[in-house]
Design a protein around this ligand. Structure first.
Ligand code: PBG
Length: 328
């Protein structure tokens, strides 16, 4: 540093909007965003979800209209979650071709399947009366291998309904290999698999459980990861890669950016992150109180997730930000 001040001045590259645009490292485009959507059996109009301001449970018709808007906005995809009217111990609605998720998938695939990627949640928790992601054994524990048989059937049912990318979110060991084998045997070699590889047992899923009216009592710690374990998240991603995952994911996003970066560094396939319901809702709630600029905070979070290594991000704010012209 001379007496006249520093000669090295990083601020030079921040002087004008044009300069900042030119040196910007991370971009966020509509194609990088996937919108998660909820469709509830028996609804005839969209219904707000109290703990997720700006997000609705949809009827088939309102979902169809939303999917057209998502396609027009140029989003990368939609991730469908079903909320069935009736639930049972094995989650029969998940494999029933007339189950709400499969019916909605058929409708949306026909409507916008050429414009964006139609994706479905492959997990039993929305369909079981006990709310767990799998079936239970006689002692009430989640039975890994019995659950795999249900996932295999669910994969085929979703592919038959027209889903193009199946989101394996149940955290059962071997689920990616089993889904791949089932799809190949049933004549669906081109249906892709998104493995929720590093999915943590998180308090940030709270509002989602309202959105799907989950019946869960207890927790998911025998299958979802301990928030303190980074290395284990990387291992889960490696296993899913070995089992044939086409995309691997880290979830939630903001508390797990280190895991996301580590997975991005080793993955030969795209790496996505899920900015989950609680992460969305915290910003939305603070914004409603006038404590934070909600749009800027959502954008900053999504940009940070991209910077940490996500090729695409699932976000409840995706369509809103694009329709407001904040993501172009
Ligand atoms: C499982 C599933 C969950 C979420 C996505 N898939 C719930 C869970 O594991 O408890 C949570 C997503 C969110 O919070 O936005 N079907």
């Amino acid at each position: 540093m001379s007496d006249l001040g520093p000669s090295i001045r990083p601020r030079r590259l921040r002087t004008t909007p044009a300069m900042r645009r030119l040196v910007s490292e991370t971009d966020l485009r509509p194609r990088h965003l996937v919108l998660p959507v909820f469709v509830r059996e028996g609804l005839d109009a969209a219904q707000p979800i109290a703990s997720m301001p700006g997000v609705d449970q949809h009827s088939l018709d309102s979902l169809r209209a939303l999917s057209v808007r998502a396609a027009e906005a140029g989003l990368g995809g939609l991730m469908l979650f079903g909320v069935p009217r009736a639930r049972d111990a094995v989650g029969s609605g998940a494999t029933d071709p007339d189950g709400i998720l499969n019916v909605a998938t058929r409708a949306i695939a026909a409507e916008v399947g050429d414009a964006l990627v139609v994706q479905t949640d492959l997990c039993l928790d929305e369909f079981t009366d006990h709310g767990h992601c799998g079936v239970l054994d006689a002692q009430g524990r989640v039975d890994n291998d019995a659950t795999l048989e249900r996932y295999a059937d669910m994969a085929v049912a979703q592919a038959e309904a027209g889903s193009q990318l199946l989101g394996l979110s149940g955290m059962m060991d071997g689920q990616t290999a089993v889904a791949r084998a089932a799809l190949d045997a049933a004549g669906f070699p081109d249906v892709a698999l998104l493995a929720y590889s590093a999915k943590y047992a998180s308090a940030f899923y709270g509002p989602f459980r309202d959105a799907v009216e989950s019946a869960l009592v207890g927790d998911r710690r025998t299958y979802q990861l301990d928030p303190g374990n980074g290395r284990e998240g990387v291992r889960e991603a490696m296993l899913d890669l070995d089992e044939g995952a086409d995309v691997v994911m880290v979830k939630p996003a903001l508390g797990y950016l280190d895991v996301l970066r580590q997975v991005a560094d080793i993955s030969p396939v795209p790496v996505w992150a899920y900015m989950v319901s609680g992460e969305y809702a915290m910003i939305a709630a603070a914004a409603k109180n006038g404590w934070i600029d909600g749009d800027r905070a959502q954008l900053e979070a999504l940009t940070s997730i991209r910077r940490a290594g996500a090729d695409a991000v699932l976000s409840y704010a995706a369509l809103d930000l694009v329709e407001k012209g904040l993501v172009t």
